[in-house]
Design a binder for this molecule. Sequence first.
Ligand code: SAH
Length: 246
Amino acid sequence: MFSGTYNAFTMTPIGIVHSPFHEKFGIPRQPGLVPQVKGHIELLPPCNHADCVRGLEAFSHIWVLFLFHNTAGDGWRPTVRPPRLGGRKKVGVFASRSNFRPNPIGQSVVRLDDIDLSGGKVILNISGHDLLDQTPVLDIKPYLGYADCIADSRDGYAQAAPASLEVIFSADALAQCRELERTGSGDVVQLLRALLVQDPRPAFHKRRYPDKTYGMTFGDFDIKFEVSGNTLCVTRVITETGDDKR
Ligand code: SAH
């Protein structure tokens, strides 16, 4: 389809992500870090056809190629400071998974839980993702263990999953979580622990503001937490209506 020089071309999203992450703060920095996170990809016309996903249900994981739409207009620099290096050391943009790139394309391997073809829609239920709500999806491909899993890879400055914090809950926050669990929100404590153990704070905050209160949202949860040293304390978990259901 493309001929001549590849100076510029346009692409149309084939789908859109529906995710409990409505803001960037608090999204895991890579997929697979919080397997409990659930979301879905809705295929858009003309790809919202069962034929487009025929056979895909036999794969446990998919590659999702997407547009970093939330930061696409913010430009890029040849070097970036990965959080992994404490936000101090610079590496080349192509030695990073930063969302500030010349072509703002992201890629994530996510679990494909199932495909729902009801109601004339094509919905791919996914989990363990690191995607903002409303992210435009450019392509989907099956993950192939024999080709994509490199057991003896050399992983530069990212040898293993990042160090994690100890997560505790105040008595109030714990009671609020238990109440949400009682009204059908699943295992809220376990989910928040898995999300927050990743330490959502920007790297420079760890140096400059070692003790600070933070707010983040997840789905309709409004969460407050404090970090002191290596311990993160969840101090409040209410639903966005401001109602803690107590
Ligand atoms: N796994 C992807 C993304 C790594 S960066 C890749 O390697 O390409 C992950 C971060 O991207 C998340 O923590 C979140 O802050 C950010 N992000 C996710 N969806 C985004 C979007 N649509 N626009 C901008 N940033 C996004």
